[in-house]
Design a protein around this ligand. Structure first.
Ligand code: BYC
Length: 330
């Protein structure tokens, strides 16, 4: 049983013996691979962890539209523009599926947005980096969506039913996103010398931020042990980061680009690439709000929230009026 294993390694996760009967029955359902549904009993911490993770994921999808939205008006061809537009719209859809999944846990979308705006909730660190050239659209699709898929494919088997079902839909679309990014990189890497230089520059700037998307190294991850015991997370941060490097390095070679890491080397014994860790001071600094675009991203979300107040007011008034008419008719 996972819960017992992690206890023995000193991670502070309760063993089955330490749980009260309700918690124990809950953990046994999870260990047996059953899905937990909204009306089922769940430990309060399980509910809170899901709201934190799903909410953060939803916010990431919505904020993630901003760096790519930046290039819709400047896409090099009509076809590229249509593809990028469709991708950005998909991200909005992913945000909505995820907000709906989080709402089944008793938190409203408005509350989650307020928590994002006042700093109580996060979004992925990656979206605090700017997209400076068209090649960045390739790098974002290839590396950022590539990292997202690596994390999200296992989450299709996560223990919370609504989250798991949302992930199944999202993963189908993310694969297309990753392919379109790689396709842009192919064009740029096989284009003129200037285009290839742009592609290399985009890889140089996005490589380490993409590695940071998987979260701190396992020794510093606060939530992994409990989240894995509850199958809210299916892998550790380092496991997924390694899988991402192993998958992506041959793709970079195929593009004729160089991963910006002198220590990168295939380790025959481990059957994996050795690679340099990202700069974790930079990661924590970005989380604290000091990345290149943190202020700009939050300002954009705040503006959207303020500008659309009249829509929320109108919808609420409409719902209240319908309710009043229903009561009057009864
Ligand atoms: N950025 O204990 P840990 C996408 C925080 S892709 C910001 O390991 P956990 C998209 C973490 O929240 C991205 N914060 O945490 C792609 C915690 O702080 P709090 C969205 C991060 O939760 C393309 C602290 O660091 N994907 O949407 O077990 C286009 C300690 O970390 C980050 C998901 O969200 C980070 N990178 O593991 C458009 C996937 N990493 O909360 C859109 C679902 C860590 O205690 N999420 N932190 O204050 C997960 O799998 C997990 O939440 C993580 C972190 C692996 C990210």
């Amino acid at each position: 049983m996972y819960a017992q294993m992690v206890k023995s390694t000193g991670t502070g996760v309760k063993s089955l013996d330490e749980m009260d009967p309700r918690e124990r029955a809950f953990q046994e359902r999870i260990d047996a691979g059953e899905k937990i549904e909204p009306k089922d009993w769940m430990p309060e911490e399980y509910r809170k962890t899901l709201i934190r993770q799903i909410g953060q994921h939803a916010h990431s999808e919505i904020v993630g539209q901003l760096p790519e939205g930046n290039w819709i008006t400047r896409a090099p061809t009509l076809e590229r523009k249509a593809i990028l537009l469709a991708k950005v719209q998909d991200e909005a859809g992913h945000g909505l599926y995820l907000y709906c999944a989080a709402e089944t846990l008793g938190v409203s979308r408005d509350e989650m947005t307020r928590m994002l705006l006042d700093g109580r909730m996060k979004y992925s660190s990656i979206f605090n980096y700017p997209t400076l050239t068209w090649a960045d659209m390739g790098a974002v699709g290839w590396l950022v969506d590539g990292a997202a898929i690596m994390n999200q494919v296992p989450l299709q088997r996560t223990s919370y039913g609504p989250y798991s079902r949302a992930m199944i839909r999202i993963c189908k679309e993310e694969s297309f996103h990753q392919r379109q990014g790689f396709d842009i990189m192919m064009k740029m890497a096989n284009g003129t010398a200037a285009q290839k230089k742009m592609a290399q520059d985009a890889l140089n700037r996005f490589w380490y931020p993409a590695l940071m998307m998987f979260g701190p190294s396992d020794k510093d991850s606060v939530h992994s042990a409990q989240s894995m015991a509850w199958k809210i997370k299916m892998n550790t941060n380092d496991e997924l980061r390694q899988k991402f490097v192993d998958q992506t390095v041959p793709q970079a070679e195929y593009l004729g680009l160089t991963v910006p890491d002198d220590k990168l080397a295939w380790n025959e014994e481990r059957g994996h690439y050795d690679f340099s860790e990202p700069d974790w001071d930079e990661f924590y600094d970005v989380l604290k709000g000091n990345g290149p675009c943190n202020r700009e991203r939050l300002a954009a979300r705040q503006k959207a929230w303020d500008d659309n107040q009249w829509v929320r007011d109108g919808l609420l008034a409409h719902a209240q009026k319908r309710e009043a008419m229903k009561v009057a008719a009864e």
